[in-house]
Design a binder for this molecule. Sequence first.
Ligand code: ZN
Length: 148
Amino acid sequence: MAIRKIVKGGDATLQKKSRAVEKFDERLWQLLDDLAQTMHEANGCGLAAVQVGVLRRAFVIDTGDGVLELVNPEVIGREGIQREQEGCLSFPGEYGVTIRPAIVKLKAQNRNGKWCFYKADGLKARAFCHECDHLDGVVFKDRWIKEM
Ligand code: ZN
């Protein structure tokens, strides 16, 4: 495992769309391990591959109950809305309020390529949506309704 350098706001990489992961090999596992370690070291609750300069559709989150690894995630359901303050490891010290679904359902592959289903609310729902946005080149500032 290794700590990778986090791409910071202003870097055009963050606006790029990530490509699907096709190979579930040691290179992917290394990336997922490094994402988790880098996220924890930075005290974050989510980190997408694009944030370490790798344009692949993968991210990790940890909202307090362990690391989840999502590869090729797709949102398959949204219910309700929540308005909460949000930050991003690529924009240290910057916070704003965004509107996210109250409940979000996703499907994603795990590190071995198996499809898994997730249903989340609260912080975890926000983290899922925030990281999925990164894979499409969207950053949380694009969704701010109020800057803090
Ligand atoms: Zn972010």
